[in-house]
Design a protein around this ligand. Structure first.
Ligand SMILES: [Zn+2]
Ligand SMILES: [Zn+2]
Length: 257
């Protein structure tokens, strides 16, 4: 069985039809989903979805490109105080998409790591074109003590090594299947299997052979297939390892599967 470690059910076009998306995903062997927040305004809706479907866990945080409310760490930690909220995030740095506010991004990222400490929950990190600052902030804020996921990883091997050294899991998305992603596939082959996760980040980043369409949680299977090929191991090896890694990080979600 597979776990989609990072998806956005609430951003899917026909998000009202979660039953259909879940049924399709289950047919493809996906048993659990971490539905990740990009803002705090949608907290109630995310919790409602997680309460309705035991196989969907959720998080709370503000995406680095977010423009909405930005709570202080203690407020964010209080918002995370719900049994179906298993993580803080997504949070982090995106210097590729959002180049005009790097100082504020760094401050907000630090707030999220502090909130993760207060809440005692792992953090989901979004990082794009900001490898040094990401590692520095995680180190300075002692993020190792809370742990978490570097989601949709696209950086190089030295960055992966540094993030692994901080105790983080590394999650690969459909980008792994893209034609021009040879460098990422080489890096993915070097990351220890007991530190890898897989995700869709749907509705974004549909994998080959679905590029150009709205990504679906079921398609995490293509990421697993690609990862198995890259590492030269059976599909089941990747499926078992990435699923077990997820439950190690979020033991409370295992019972729901
Ligand atoms: Zn992200
Ligand atoms: Zn995301």
């Amino acid at each position: 069985m597979l776990v989609d470690s990072h998806c956005h059910f609430h951003l899917l076009e026909d998000h009202a039809d979660t039953d259909a998306a879940l049924a399709a995903a289950k047919t493809d062997g996906v048993e659990h989903f971490l539905n990740v927040a990009v803002d705090v305004e949608n907290r109630d809706a995310l919790i409602a979805l997680a309460e309705r479907y035991p196989e969907i866990s959720t998080s709370i945080g503000v995406h680095p490109s977010g423009t909405g409310e930005d709570p202080e760490p203690d407020v964010l930690a209080a918002l995370a105080d719900h049994p179906r909220i298993v993580a803080i995030g997504e949070s982090g740095l995106d210097y590729a998409y959002n180049q005009d506010q790097p100082a504020w991004q760094r401050e907000r990222f630090r707030r999220h790591v502090r909130a993760a400490h207060l809440a005692g929950k792992p953090i989901i990190v979004h990082t794009r074109a900001a490898p040094e600052d990401t590692v520095t902030i995680l180190r300075e804020e002692h993020a190792r003590e809370v742990g978490g996921i570097i989601h949709c990883f696209t950086e190089d091997w030295p960055t992966a090594r540094a993030l692994l050294d901080e105790g983080f899991y590394i999650s690969l998305s459909g980008i792994l299947t893209f034609r021009n992603a040879d460098a990422l596939r080489e890096t993915a082959a070097r990351i220890p299997l007991d530190r890898l996760l897989i995700e869709t980040d749907c509705p974004y980043l549909a994998p080959v052979p679905h590029r150009g369409k709205e990504n679906q949680p079921a398609w995490v299977r293509h990421v697993a297939e690609c990862l198995a090929e890259v590492r030269g191991v059976p599909f089941e090896t990747v499926a078992e390892a990435t699923t077990e890694n997820f439950y190690q990080l979020f033991p409370q979600t295992r019972a729901a599967a």
